[in-house]
Write a protein that binds this ligand. Structure first.
Ligand code: GUN
Ligand code: FE
Length: 426
């Protein structure tokens, strides 16, 4: 008997592509050494003696990926949405993020964030912390303890923000970042990784970007940032970087845009064909954050174009631009926003469907972490079991319809069990 093998039984749903769902009713997922060995309608004889956890009529889906979320902003989610991005940052974000210099406050705030993320359907996340090295490490300790698999970034900012949160110089910011990466490496986390996090171009001098590229090359870390979110922001980047061909080029000129640098960019609401083409060439991932884009009136990203161009794309909550960490909510918002874009702005871009948003939140975003977000053989075994019995209806529902209802009106109460890399969290 191989002790590392176990089997989940239930109504299995996953994606191989954005076009269709794979559904196996009352099927089996064989997990071996933390990886999916295979999915079967009838359990092969060879696996007959292994433990089966029978989830009966419940749904079993891959864990969801939140490709973009700000942990310190979780404290004020659902508040202060009556401004656009740049004013919103100055008014709500910077004052709150400054409080994370106080480790006791950080502990209290991050505890709430981590508990709620653990209870959600999210198994993987790309997370912004703040500029503070100690508080970022504390967040990483807590996430490691939770069993979630995450990439977490100490934010870099050396310009265009209040003194109380600005790092002293490009050199200071880079030194802190190196110290932080060394501290992280020393901790030998199993599922918590560092990710370079220049907040966005307006917050980082050219000198800092150059240093971050050196750090990225030296320590081989991935990178996350914001891109083409808001018209005022984009105009500002044109002023700050007159040498750039377009916003994404202002990262690419420093080697911080996909090429030799595993990169995810949030938003891309206003990415034009040149930017899309460069993202495609460089393998940049897009984190589509529809709720945030509505709340702070950024607009609606041309997701259909990204899918047609074959870009890597996943969904992000972008709390606190988004009000909720629920990636099911992000799926519904992505569909709804795409319909408004289609109706009001550009009828050539067909709205998104459930298959497509489910793909983005599982395999599409999961691939930023490697073979993650599907139950195809060799994928890391991240799974979420959903119990939808609370959502009563007299109708007969097939598995696809049950999944569709989860997208539109589930909440944490439906999350019944969760596995990350083959380990059961609850
Ligand atoms: N751009 C730079 N910083 C932020 C942030 O904290 N949230 C969002 N939505 N956009 C940003
Ligand atoms: Fe963001």
């Amino acid at each position: 008997m191989n002790e590392s093998i176990f089997i989940l039984k239930g109504n299995i749903v996953y994606s191989k592509s954005a076009e269709e769902l794979e559904i196996i009713e009352h099927g089996y997922i064989v997990c071996e050494n933390g990886l999916v060995q295979g999915v079967y309608q009838t359990l092969p004889f060879a696996f007959g003696g292994y433990p089966v956890i029978d989830y009966e009529n419940r749904l079993v889906i891959p864990g969801l990926t939140d490709l973009h979320v700000h942990a310190p902003q979780y404290s004020y989610r659902g508040l202060g949405m009556d401004m656009e991005l740049l004013e919103w940052l100055e008014t709500n974000t910077f004052p709150e993020e400054a409080r994370f210099s106080d480790l006791e406050y950080a502990r209290e705030a991050y505890k709430i964030f981590v508990e709620n993320l653990k209870g959600s359907a999210t198994t993987r996340a790309c997370i912004f912390a703040t500029v503070h090295r100690e508080a970022t490490l504390l967040l990483m300790d807590m996430l490691e303890e939770s069993g979630l698999a995450t990439m977490v970034g100490k934010v870099n900012m050396d310009r265009n923000c209040p003194d109380y949160i600005r790092e002293g110089s490009a050199k200071d910011s880079a030194l802190e970042t190196v110290e932080w990466i060394k501290d992280v490496r020393h901790k030998k986390y199993k599922h918590t990784e560092p990710i370079l996090t220049p907040r966005f171009t307006p917050s980082c001098t050219d000198a800092l970007m150059e240093k971050l590229k050196m750090i990225q090359t030296r320590y081989q870390v991935p990178l996350q940032s914001h891109l083409s979110e808001n018209p005022g922001e984009i105009a500002w980047v044109e002023q700050l970087c007159p040498w750039s061909e377009f916003y994404g080029d202002a990262y690419d000129k420093f080697g911080l845009f996909g090429a030799d640098c595993h990169t995810v960019m949030a938003h891309c609401v206003y990415s034009d064909d040149r930017e899309i083409q460069r993202m495609k060439e460089n393998g940049v991932f897009v984190a589509h954050c529809p709720e945030s884009n509505m709340n702070i009136a950024s607009g609606v990203a041309p997701v259909r174009k990204f899918l047609d161009a074959g870009l890597h794309i996943g969904l992000g909550s972008d709390v606190a631009g988004g009000s909720t960490e629920s990636i099911f909510a992000a799926m519904a918002h992505a569909i709804q926003a795409s319909k408004l874009r289609w109706r009001l702005q550009d009828a050539s871009l067909k709205p998104l469907g459930v298959e497509e948003v489910f793909y983005m939140s599982t395999k599409g975003g999961g691939e930023f972490f490697g073979k993650v977000g599907s139950f195809e053989p060799g994928y890391e075994m991240d799974a979420v079991v959903l119990d939808d019995s609370r959502l009563k209806t007299p109708m007969e529902m097939d598995v696809k319809k049950r999944l569709e209802r989860m997208v539109y009106f589930s909440d944490d109460r439906e999350i019944y069990a969760k596995y990350v890399k083959g380990a059961r969290l609850f």
